[in-house]
Ligand binder design. Structure first.
Ligand code: M6R
Length: 605
């Protein structure tokens, strides 16, 4: 949601904070601020809008600082304004916060009875006030007492006026990663802000207090016991976190898919078979399972829909896919023979994390498919299968989606093999096809030339439909969310056969239809459905397999995939859908990477 960073060391902290905020901006971009120690005390600079605006303001003062904190905001409590922008101060406390303090109203009333009033409408300022109310020159003791009163999710970086050079941090739910290097100590919501300084880092354990000084980061639990954190290593570098010549991160990330797929698939193939031994996933996990539930949000949930299709097709084991934000309110039926798979790029999505926790509570075995190493979902799952997409910065998920598909395919093959539903020979054949996906996607990348002019024609569209059957229906859901989130054009994904049960009344010559027809077994039925919308005036953009016989009168635009086995067609169709969304948003002059009202990872419920 919000991006936070703290630095204390021997180099210009203002620069470290501003560069870090720029890298973290995808997490929230409605306002930003920094606070830092100067020779004359603490100073704060805030600006509504992008980090660039804050940097311009900061450049106007030549304060020298070696220690400070910074925040880029995605508003939850209180509108977008300088007063609501972080850092927040109260008394001797200055803090930044990512998360939501659920009982802030109650706390605010308590503070009001002591005559203390906040200046902002934020829950975060209330947290600063609570910490200050316990502060008697001992930061750790004040933080410990304060967090006992706070309900909700938080990652805080806190400075105390009378402790220059020190930053304190604590988290519950919301992420924080940190490292100490020759330049000093740095802490942030996400590794993209740290990568310039180190590839080695640790995740601050929940409910532990980190004390950052130039020379070290000291971590203690709430009983004052010092702990050594587990160090992690990332295998990507600064270049991966930059645009590298592309106009938008989204386009760069679309182009990174062949490599991301290779990195995700190759290490899991041994002697031509899917193999998770290096991930610590033993076949015994799959042996006893008689039911699978997939819980995830947004694009990750759409990858789950494809996964369901593949697992059921190959293993004949029932799979349900749940929207993670609904999961725990449905009182789900789970037992020890249920495998709950959570899928998440960030590994921090609050609803997905809550679904995972409920699944564990009810005795299910849990496996997560996660991109960010050491994230909460990865750490709390019994088993984790990391996708190796590298950092995904654009809010619209692209490469994270196709690697989630790859992971789901690998799981579905191994699972079916262990369940003796497919032979070793068949498994090897499937793996051979999967290994072709990086090359197949590489070929697909050149379809941008065909798609850009189509997108230009969608420019003025107010509403459209994506239709498909089976795997293509699951893909339609992904095509629709991608288009909506970055182009702001309303769209709906519909099972093609369901249109005539009501929704076809919305089809007119002003409502284009993107029809996915990549699956031979339902191709004839798709043709009938396309004719139905065509005869109601719809302009049709059709995506079909290489061998499809398509009558020229059936559609206005036809995009054909290179030859591929039908079950692998989603890897190619996904690229077409990503390009349609991307070029439509570009044609509409929108900020593709930072669509309005959205943030990259949703760490609030
Ligand atoms: O980090 P996660 O994969 O858990 O995020 C889930 C969704 O918030 C995410 O996929 C969202 O739907 C994307 N912005 C869609 O492009």
């Amino acid at each position: 949601m919000c991006g936070i960073i703290g630095f204390t060391g021997n180099i210009n902290a203002k620069e470290v904070l501003l560069q870090g905020l720029k890298a973290l901006e995808y997490r929230g971009y409605d306002s930003a601020g920094i606070s830092f120690f100067t020779e004359t005390g603490l100073k704060t600079i805030k600006a509504v809008g992008k980090v660039a605006g804050l940097a311009e303001k900061a450049a106007m003062s030549d304060d020298c600082t070696k220690c400070g904190i910074g925040h880029t905001r995605w508003a939850t409590h209180g509108g977008v304004s300088e007063v609501n922008c972080h850092p927040h101060h109260f008394g001797k406390v200055t803090l930044i916060h990512n998360g939501i303090i659920e009982n802030y109203k109650e706390l605010q009333e308590e503070l009001a009875s002591e005559g203390k009033e906040p200046v902002s409408q934020t829950d975060s300022e209330i947290a600063a006030m609570v910490i200050d109310s316990y502060y008697k020159a001992d930061p750790v003791s004040a933080i410990k007492k304060a967090v006992k009163k706070l309900r909700g999710a938080y990652a805080f970086c806190i400075m105390f006026e009378d402790h220059p050079g020190s930053i304190y941090a604590i988290r519950n739910g919301s992420p924080l990663v940190a490292t100490n290097t020759g330049a000093g100590s740095i802490i942030a919501s996400d590794m993209v802000a740290l990568i310039k300084y180190s590839k080695d880092y640790f995740v601050l354990p929940e409910h532990h207090i980190a004390h950052l000084t130039e020379g070290s980061i000291n971590i203690t639990d709430l009983d004052h016991n010092e702990i050594e954190p587990d160090m992690l290593h990332v295998n990507w570098d600064m270049a991966a976190a930059r645009k590298g010549g592309y106009e938008y991160f989204m386009l760069k990330e679309i182009h990174e898919q062949p490599e991301a797929l290779r990195n995700t698939i190759s290490p899991r193939i041994k002697d031509g078979m899917p193999d998770f031994s290096e991930d610590g996933i033993d076949d015994s996990l799959f042996a006893d399972i008689n039911r699978i539930i997939i819980a995830a949000c947004g694009t990750a949930m759409h990858a789950g829909l494809i996964g369901k299709n593949m697992i059921e097709k190959l293993s004949r084991v029932p799979v349900s896919v749940d929207i993670a934000s609904e999961f725990r309110y449905q009182d789900p039926v789970i037992d020890e023979k249920t495998l709950v798979i959570t899928i998440s790029q960030s590994g921090e999505t609050a609803d997905t994390l809550a679904a995972l926790r409920l699944a564990k509570e009810r005795g299910a075995k849990t496996l997560s498919i996660v991109n960010v190493k050491g994230s909460s979902i990865a750490r709390e799952s019994d088993y984790v299968l990391y996708t190796h997409a590298g950092p995904e910065i654009a809010v619209a998920s692209t490469k994270a989606y196709t690697v989630q598909l790859a992971a789901m395919y690998l799981v579905s093959f191994r699972f079916a093999y262990i369940k003796e539903k497919i032979s070793g020979k068949k498994t090897k054949e499937l793996i051979k096809e999967l290994e072709k996906m990086p090359g197949f996607v590489e070929k697909m990348l050149s379809c941008d030339k065909a798609i850009e002019p189509i997108s230009n024609k969608l420019l003025k569209t107010e509403s459209l439909f994506f239709i498909g059957r089976g795997l293509d229906y699951a893909l339609s859901c992904e095509g629709s969310i991608k288009l909506k989130e970055i182009s702001y054009i309303h769209s709906e994904a519909y099972a093609a056969g369901e249109l005539k049960h009501g929704t076809i009344s919305l089809i007119t010559d002003n409502v284009p239809v993107i029809a996915l027809a990549t699956q031979e077994d339902v191709f004839a039925k798709m043709i009938s459905n396309i004719r139905e919308v065509r005869s109601r005036g719809a302009k049709v953009i059709m995506i079909a397999g290489a061998d499809a016989q398509v009558d020229a009168s059936l559609c206005d635009h036809l995009i054909t995939l290179p030859p591929v086995n039908d079950v692998f067609a989603p890897f190619g169709a996904a690229i077409v859908l990503q390009y349609i969304a991307y070029y439509t948003a570009v044609a509409r002059g929108l900020n593709v990477d930072q669509p309005r009202n959205l943030a990259k990872s949703v760490t609030v419920e």
